[in-house]
Design a protein around this ligand. Structure first.
Ligand code: MRU
Length: 343
């Protein structure tokens, strides 16, 4: 994707200098900055503190972090500890574990193989997401009004995105989609990141409060829902950003198709069903405080909840397969009941 006419990936690796670079998503959309991370611990910390976030981008970053570890450490025990350290950052998106396992296995044959595998995972993520756009575009009619939740655009992957990739492809083919962007409390990935992406790609959109989606669905103003996924289990259950479940239930009530866009690296066929997924609990301050620009255009945080009250902040929920019309993947459109043939 391009920012001010310069093509960017979300995260990339300079293997010669053992440096991982990424767009700083904590500063977006108010400031565009790139951070450089010189060792696997710094790269893992960037996953934990959400400098980089989103399933595919987390996966690619974790793969690069594992390759950094191979280039700087010796001995299987040390490397296993590094793998554990990287995997402890965020528990829900399966892409992270997909990448650390693949790079670790490749690295057993040599450091060079670890680096090649990490780059291959990132390249496959970008190409898979491009194909999700090609396949998903077939489902999008001209002037479709599409609801999306959280950010599953190019910032959440290496490039193109999952849920937004069909929208970009539809826009490129002249269909003029309109996007309802859930703000996605508490971190605001919709209002901050999805809106930023759509604005820069000239896709018509409006940010809506998380609790406004049912209103627009009830008015017949939403034609389809497309979300991303952080983990899809063997039976087709989907872990995605908190709030996805209620959108899916409401969409079913109003007969609106609910699509989940994801590359195969997000499918976890080793886990039978969604109730077995570990759901990340994040700090209550994400909920109790709100971040934005002050009058001097400085990023600042203000408390917006009653002083003294505590919060609960689950980062994801699980949508049962029965609410999902189909998965949009790089291999095509797949109904939940057809998943068994891919396992
Ligand atoms: O907590 P985040 O920002 O890493 O959330 C993950 C996500 O981006 C969403 O759940 C998204 O819809 C699926 S991942 C592309």
């Amino acid at each position: 994707m391009k920012i001010n006419n310069t093509p960017y990936r979300t995260v990339w690796f300079d293997a010669g200098n053992n440096v991982v670079s990424m767009i700083d998503q904590v500063k977006l959309p108010f400031e565009f900055a790139v951070v450089e991370l010189k060792d696997y611990k710094a790269t893992a910390e960037a996953i934990r503190n959400m400098t980089v976030r989103g399933a595919g981008a987390i996966g690619a970053t974790a793969g690069f972090a594992m390759a950094q570890a191979f280039q700087s450490l010796k001995g299987t025990k040390e490397l296993q500890l590094a793998k554990d350290f990287i995997e402890a950052t965020r528990p829900t998106a399966v892409n992270l574990f997909y990448a650390t396992n693949k790079v670790f296995e490749a690295g057993m044959a040599g450091v060079e193989q670890a680096v090649v595998m990490a780059q291959q995972i990132a390249d496959e993520d970008a190409e898979g997401c491009r194909m999700i756009g090609v396949n998903g575009n077939k489902l999008v009619a001209a002037n479709s009004r599409i609801l999306t939740h959280c950010n599953a655009g190019w910032l959440a992957f290496v490039d193109y995105g999952s849920a937004l990739s069909p929208i970009y492809a539809a826009k490129a083919s002249g269909k003029e989609p309109f996007v309802y962007v859930d703000e996605t409390r508490p971190r605001g990935q919709g209002a901050r990141l999805t809106a930023f992406e759509l604005f820069h790609n000239e896709v018509e959109h409006r940010i809506i409060a998380d609790n406004a989606a049912a209103f627009y669905m009830s008015k017949g103003e939403i034609d389809m829902v497309i979300t991303g996924a952080d983990r899809i289990t063997a039976n087709g259950d989907v872990a995605n950003k908190i709030g996805t479940l209620e959108k899916a239930i409401v969409a079913k009530e109003f007969g609106i198709p609910f699509y989940v866009a994801a590359p195969f690296s997000t499918f976890d066929f080793a886990t039978a069903s969604g109730d077995m997924i570990t759901i990340e609990e994040r700090h209550e301050d994400e909920l109790l405080y709100h971040e934005g620009l002050d009058a001097n255009k400085q990023l600042t945080s203000i408390r917006m909840a009653s002083p003294g009250s505590k919060g609960l902040n689950p980062a994801f929920d699980v949508t049962p397969a029965q609410y999902i019309t189909a998965f949009i993947t790089e291999k095509g459109i797949i109904k939940p009941e057809e998943l068994a043939t891919y396992q």
